[in-house]
Design a protein around this ligand. Sequence first.
Ligand code: PLP
Length: 430
Amino acid sequence: MKNEKSLKIYEEAVKYIPGGVNSPVRAFKSVGLDPIFIDRAHGSRIYDVDGNEYIDYICSWGPLMLGHSPKEIVQGIEEVVAKGTSYGVPTEIEVDMAKIIVEAYPAIDQVRMVNSGTEATMSALRVARAYTNRNKILKFEGCYHGHSDALLVKSGSGTITYGVPTSPGVPDDVVKDTLVCRYNDLDAVREIFKNQGHEIAAIIVETVAGNMGVVSGTQEFLQLLRDITKEYNTVLIFDEVITGFRLNYSSSIGYFGIKPDMVCFGKIIGAGLPVGAYGGTKEIMSMVSPVGPVYQAGTLSGNPLAMYMGKKNLEILRDNPQIYLELEEKAKRLEAGLRNNIEKLGLNYTINRAGSLVCLFFAKGPINNYDDVTKCDVDKFNKYFKELINKGILLAPTQFEAMFLSNAHKNEDIDYTINASYEALKAAHN
Ligand code: PLP
């Protein structure tokens, strides 16, 4: 694999950007490589500046349900730009967007657009705290909810990859009200509520934890969260930044049949442009300024380009339910192929899948929580990653992330991936 051009850019990048990247996992440091710099992408393929072509399973970490730059979404964007890129006063498309989201997600009446998943979760918690007049929040080990201070406690994603699940720079005082339980641990949740339930403003949870590989919340666990939050008048927040519009068009509500009080979205609702949103019942969202006292704002919130792309993405997903069926079939094909590989090679590894999120854990299962995930053989994963990138397959450069499938991935891509994965696994264990 040629990498002269990427290396040259990287040498410049590290002079001006910490680690040469604008988000830590992009550095490829965890797999012992230097980052590749991207030139362009289309469909399931991504191309770096050295001309290498990869089947892309990062897919921008989730937003690209239809693959890179799908014509049906990007066409017309030039006209939007020509009319203006940001106004700072309302536009009709923001209303259309809010309506589409609210109609898709039967637990909420209103939604506020923001610019990232981090902003969405941070703002939702502020609202939930004000609504309940309580300070404590409960999150789960290995769940990542963005990098706002109060949530950067025992989190997942890049924080596990780089071994800093709780970040320095976050004052103890800021996180003293952040309680943490083990994911999928019903007794731990019961215990914490028995002792402090009346002080807990909100539970925030990824219904499928996509930031420690792929670990699905069990039905019993999610139902307990629903029941116990009702009992204690605590707000249940589903962080659907990854799962939203991915598991299903109605997201976790359709997938698990459980409705939260509030929801956070990101990624897919912007189709690759910077976007987030949080929503809730009318009563809860009435807390938000200018109706209520909770301040939350954004210069670029509801940006017309992001709304244009996001709206089109959601409309396509809404009007073409077969996309979810096709994706499910592709993901099943990938899962079966990977499972067959590990069986053929006699490896005691685990594959978790939820819809189009797939993860091959280099550890014996079952994998239900952060402790299970940390048993993975990361050295072997790193070797596997290197073998695969040389074969033209781009995984997230860490064991602790999902493979994101898009509907642009074709069966041939998947079959190629399965064969390459077999060879890469074999080579990683030699
Ligand atoms: N919540 C979840 C579940 C996420 O996966 C992420 C990012 O990966 C976030 C929140 C933060 O979103 P953003 O990176 O857009 O700030």
